[in-house]
Design a protein around this ligand. Structure first.
Ligand code: F6R
Length: 244
C-alpha cells in the first residue's frame, strides 16, 4: 500500500526496469504482459522517462497485451493498439515485431485460430515474466468477466454490462461500446511467473476487498489470483481502504 498512485506506479516501473536491466546483462529477453486503461498510465510514463533520461533500452523486451475490443480498427481512438502506442511504444526503442496485441480486425471465423496462435507465441517467447493488471468493478482481470474459469485461455468474450457502462463515457454513449473483446484467459494470466495488479481510488476499494479477502469464485475472477504464488496487489490508500 503506497501513499499515492504516483509512488505506487514508480515502484512497479522500477521493478520492471530492474528485470529488463538484469536480463540485458545476461543477454536475455524479458516478456511483459501489459494492460491498458486509466490505471497503468503513470507507470508507463515512468518507463518512458527511464528510457529518455536514464537510457533504459527495451530492445530485449517482448510484450503481450491482455486484450482488445472486438471489432476494433487499430487506428480508432478507442483501440488498445492506439492506447499502447500513445502511452508507451511510440516513445521507447522496442522492436515493433516484439509487440503483440489481440487483433480486433479479424473475421469471426479466424478468431479461434488467432487465439491459439497467441497462446503459442507466449509459450515460445518463454512465458510471461511480469504480468501487469488492472481490475474492473466486476472483478475482471483482462476482460475475464464473472463466469470465466480459472483455466480459460485467450478467447473471444462478451463484456459485462457494468464494464460497458464504465467505458460508455469514453465511447460517447453505451450504444457505441463494443459488446465483445478478445482477451487472454485467467489461465493465461495465472501462467505468468509474476503478477502485479494495480488499483487506485475509492471506487476500486470494494472489489479489491473481495479480490483479496473474498472466497475464491468464478463470479469474481480476480479472486483466482489468491492461488498465484508470486502476485502482489499494488494499491493507494483509497483502494486499500476497505481491507480488514
Ligand atoms: C485493460 C484491462 C482491464 C482494465 C480494467 C481497469 O487492458 O484488461 O481489465 O485493467 O478494466 O480499467 P481502469 O484501469 O481504466 O480502471
Amino acid at each position: 500500500i503506497h501513499d499515492n498512485s504516483q509512488e505506487a506506479s514508480f515502484y512497479v516501473a522500477n521493478e520492471i526496469a530492474e528485470l529488463i536491466r538484469q536480463r540485458q546483462k545476461q543477454g536475455k529477453n524479458v516478456v511483459l504482459g501489459l494492460a491498458t486503461g486509466s490505471t497503468p498510465t503513470k507507470m508507463y510514463d515512468f518507463l518512458v522517462k527511464f528510457h529518455k533520461e536514464e537510457g533504459l533500452s527495451f530492445k530485449n523486451v517482448i510484450t503481450f497485451n491482455l486484450d482488445e475490443y472486438y471489432p476494433m480498427e487499430p487506428d480508432s481512438i478507442h483501440s488498445y493498439v492506439r492506447f499502447m502506442n500513445e502511452h508507451l511504444f511510440d516513445h521507447i526503442d522496442i522492436k515493433k515485431s516484439n509487440v503483440h496485441i489481440p487483433d480486433g480486425t479479424l473475421d469471426k471465423e479466424d478468431v479461434r485460430e488467432f487465439c491459439e496462435a497467441y497462446e503459442k507465441k507466449i509459450k515460445e517467447a518463454g512465458g510471461i515474466d511480469i504480468q501487469v493488471l488492472g481490475i474492473g468493478r466486476t472483478g475482471h482481470v483482462g476482460f475475464n468477466e464473472p463466469g470465466s474459469s480459472i483455466n480459460s485461455k485467450t478467447r473471444m468474450v462478451r463484456l459485462d454490462r457494468v464494464t460497458r457502462l464504465d467505458a460508455a463515457s469514453d465511447f460517447f454513449g453505451l450504444e457505441n461500446v463494443p459488446s465483445k473483446a478478445i482477451t487472454m484467459g485467467v489461465g493465461t494470466i495465472m501462467s505468468a511467473k509474476r503478477i502485479v495488479l494495480m488499483a487506485w481510488g475509492e471506487g476500486k476499494s470494494d472489489i479489491i476487498r473481495q479480490a483479496v479477502e473474498g472466497e475464491i469464485r468464478e463470479s469474481v475472477p480476480a479472486t483466482f489470483l489468491q492461488h498465484h504464488n508470486n502476485c502482489d496487489f499494488i494499491l493507494d490508500h483509497a483502494a486499500a481502504s476497505s481491507l480488514t
